[in-house]
Design a protein around this ligand. Structure first.
Ligand code: PLP
Length: 369
């Protein structure tokens, strides 16, 4: 029982990252230090980390099955991966992904740093083929906001170029529902701003590498760019992570119920949820995910104005961006710059831990106008 590697993930989340020596604080200490007394190898936090950052890294790294490095945000972790590319590299990106990543990739392409090819997430054959020549295979699964699930089993195991990186943005799944490194990916990304923190009160990110040299490279980039996590943010993210399993279990069960109910609502023309048999990547989702998650994207029948009205009408569900928190949030994604290609009335709902019947009353009342 004392072999930590044998703990289930929910036990790991509660206990990882603590110091267990007699006299140690029971909880992760909040250590707001820029520098340390010289002698034990830790001198300056930007270079060497802090006990608070390391606690968060240990919690998430253990879940992902690799070595994690914490950053100031999910985007900082993502930028560190792109930063490792040599000039002229080939990047493959899903056609549906978080607009910040697409923006970063396209910006680098315009400046001649790398080339970008976009592929449909469900075109596994094209992804497997692209692995032969790409330097960075970037996957986001389930994708934001169409919730397409990649066949990580096939893509991460495909023959790839020597030294190529296969990175998976695992934010929507969380390491509880999907472990990209176990499929053969080299890096797994978390925007800890979302599910890990879970309370909409921080920005943080983590990159977890399978191999130590890649971890060192990412750590070096954090040191050189100064993209370090805030101490309070790392503390809050580690504290939030303690309840991740409970929050996810509850919100995911509610999401499955709401997705079914939305699918039969006359004012909803399309529901995208990987757990629904109607979702284009449902079969893949059943194979690679341990749970279908807490995010639902659905189209309100009518135009953008009809969808905006639904967002204004809900009371329990906040009209706000972001996701993965205890409170439910919803927004119209095509209203966001760079997302105009999405269906105009598509709402992305992040289901929180409220009572599911209250959520349905709130949602259905708003839909019924
Ligand atoms: N990855 C995904 C899938 C996201 O949805 C987001 C933000 O919404 C990010 C990365 C970026 O994370 P952060 O806002 O922590 O930089």
């Amino acid at each position: 029982m004392n072999d930590r590697t044998q703990w289930h993930h929910d036990s790991w989340l509660v206990h990882a990252g603590r110091h267990t020596e007699p006299g140690s604080p029971l909880n992760v200490p909040l250590v707001p230090a820029s520098n340390f007394i010289i002698g034990q190898g830790r001198e300056y936090s930007r270079d060497d980390g802090t006990p608070t950052w390391e606690a968060l890294e240990s919690i998430v790294g253990g879940l992902e099955g690799g070595m994690a490095i914490a950053f100031s945000s999910g985007m900082a972790a993502i930028a560190a991966v792109f930063d490792s590319l040599a000039v002229g590299s080939e990047v493959v990106l899903p056609d549906d992904c978080y607009q910040g990543v697409a923006g970063l990739a396209m910006d680098g392409a315009v400046r001649g740093r790398w080339t970008v090819t976009r592929l449909a997430m469900d075109d596994t054959v094209a992804w497997v083929e692209a692995c032969r020549s790409a330097d960075l295979v970037w996957l986001e699964s389930p994708s934001n906001p169409l919730l397409a699930v990649a066949d990580l089993e096939a893509i991460c195991a495909a023959p790839r170029k020597q030294g190529a990186i296969v990175a998976v943005d695992n934010t929507f799944a969380t390491p509880l529902n999907q472990q990209p490194l176990a499929f053969g990916a080299t890096i797994s990304i978390q925007s800890a701003t979302k599910f890990i923190g879970g309370h909409s009160d921080l920005l943080a990110g983590l990159a977890t590498a399978r191999d130590e040299s890649l971890w060192h490279q990412l750590k070096k980039t954090r040191e050189l760019t100064g993209a370090t996590p805030g101490t309070l943010e790392a503390f809050l993210a580690a504290r939030g992570a303690r309840t991740l399993a409970l929050r996810l279990e509850r919100a995911q069960a509610s999401a499955a119920i709401l997705a079914e109910r939305l699918a039969s609502h006359p004012r909803v023309s399309c529901v995208r949820y990987p757990g629904l048999a109607s979702h284009p990547t449902h079969a893949t989702a059943k194979r690679v995910l341990k749970g279908f998650g807490t995010i639902i994207s659905f189209d309100v029948a009518g135009d953008a104005a009809s969808a905006d009205a639904v967002c204004r009408e809900t009371e329990l569900i906040h009209h706000a961006t972001s996701l993965g928190a205890v409170e439910s949030t919803m927004e119209r994604r095509a209203a966001i710059p760079g997302q105009e290609h999405l269906p105009p009335s598509l709402l992305r709902l992040s289901v929180g831990v409220e009572n599911v019947d209250d959520l349905w009353v709130d949602l259905s009342s708003a839909l019924n106008g």
